[in-house]
Design a protein around this ligand. Structure first.
Ligand code: EPU
Length: 330
């Protein structure tokens, strides 16, 4: 069985499926997580294995999605989902129950537990916008801590769990702040364009989620058809000066203003560096979205790295921008 969406066969010293809390606490008490390196695997949708993993792979498989509370005045709902739930199962379950707010994040591969770690985002919404708190277990003591949204220190594809607390906590469940009223969020241009084209001026939650999913699959490979890790790189942020310089030489460059400068569309940089649709070994750059590296069949982790390095070098040479990987290389 291959537990990563890139479809790269890999082995580890130990592989453990964790389904209940006591099992995890026992593993911690037995020293399983302190005696050797470990890696927490969710849906395996953002990871590239480059060889045998000398340590323990913990595959979180705990399940459950529960409505914790309803505020009848504000319509605010708190919904807790187990880390091992598939992210899209949580989104679909929410829509089916008229718990609103997660629609723009429909169809993202991966698990609920991974969502806060890298603050997944798409179509104008990030996980941080709907996360109320995160319940996590300390990997040395087994103690539980509930992190408030602010304590998670969310950033673009980042959180405290990926930064200063990396390896120190395992996300066990996530509580979301949803709403009993549906307010479509359609600020993302590609999304509002797609809604207009479909004649959906006032979409229902289901229609919005369906349009999001169709938009996603029009640009990204379906994990069951083509191996990939979704966006392989992050969209880089450059200073206003650097952006102005780039804009002078490349007037059609795609960028969005952010607090500390401009976020460039890495897909644009990679495409204009001539890489879209190109291949190196058994790994390629997806022809519909240059930010995605794909497995052309039997691709190895080192081939992915070789392609990523070649792209990074060209983008640096042409634009003076250093691409940072979004995918985790292990
Ligand atoms: N573009 C190109 N060439 C390409 C790809 C993109 O020129 O090959 C330009 C286009 O102008 C396009 C713009 O870049 O309009 C933005 O592209 P897109 O809407 O596809 O979004 P993205 O910035 O490339 C981000 C996320 C995706 C998310 C989409 C939609 C990152 C690293 N990626 O991609 O997230 O689905 O927005 O919101 O932030 C993921 O993280 O795995 C992922 C798929």
């Amino acid at each position: 069985m291959i537990y990563n969406t890139f479809g790269i066969p890999a082995t580890a010293d130990h592989y453990i499926e964790v389904t209940d809390r006591q099992q995890l606490l026992d593993l911690i008490a037995q020293g399983t997580l302190s005696s050797a390196p470990f890696f927490v695997l969710g849906g395996g949708s953002n990871v590239v294995f480059t060889g045998h993993y000398h340590g323990t792979i913990l595959h979180l498989e705990n399940k459950g999605i529960h409505l914790l509370s309803t505020d009848s005045t504000s319509g605010t709902l708190l919904v807790e989902a187990a880390a091992g739930e598939q992210w899209d199962a949580f989104v679909q379950h929410s829509i089916n129950n008229s718990w609103h707010g997660a629609e723009n994040l429909a169809a993202i591969p991966g698990t609920v537990g991974a969502a806060p770690v890298q603050n997944v985002g798409a179509y104008g919404l990030e996980a941080k916008d709907i996360i109320h708190s995160v319940r996590a277990i300390h990997t040395a003591t087994g103690q539980e801590k509930v992190f408030t949204n602010a304590e998670c220190q969310f950033g673009y594809r980042s959180s405290i769990f990926k930064q200063s607390l990396q390896g120190q906590y395992i996300v066990w469940s996530v509580t979301f702040r949803l709403s009993s009223t549906f307010t479509p969020q359609v600020n993302y241009k590609a999304l509002s364009d797609a809604l207009s084209a479909a004649g959906l001026v006032h979409p229902t939650a289901r229609q919005l989620a369906d349009i999001v999913a169709s938009l996603r699959w029009s640009k990204l490979p379906r994990p069951d058809e083509t191996g990939s890790a979704g966006s392989f790189f992050k969209n880089p942020i450059v200073t206003p000066q650097h952006y102005e310089q780039l804009k002078t030489h490349h007037p059609d460059i795609v960028a969005y203003p952010v607090a500390d400068g401009y976020k460039l569309a890495a897909g644009w940089l990679i495409e204009h560096a001539g890489w879209k649709g190109r291949t190196l070994g058994r790994c390629g750059v997806y022809e519909k979205q240059a930010l995605v590296l794909v497995n052309l069949g039997g691709c190895s982790g080192s081939e992915v790295i070789a392609l990523a390095d070649a792209i990074t070098a060209d983008v640096k040479r042409l634009y003076g921008v250093t691409l940072e990987k979004e995918a985790i290389i292990i």
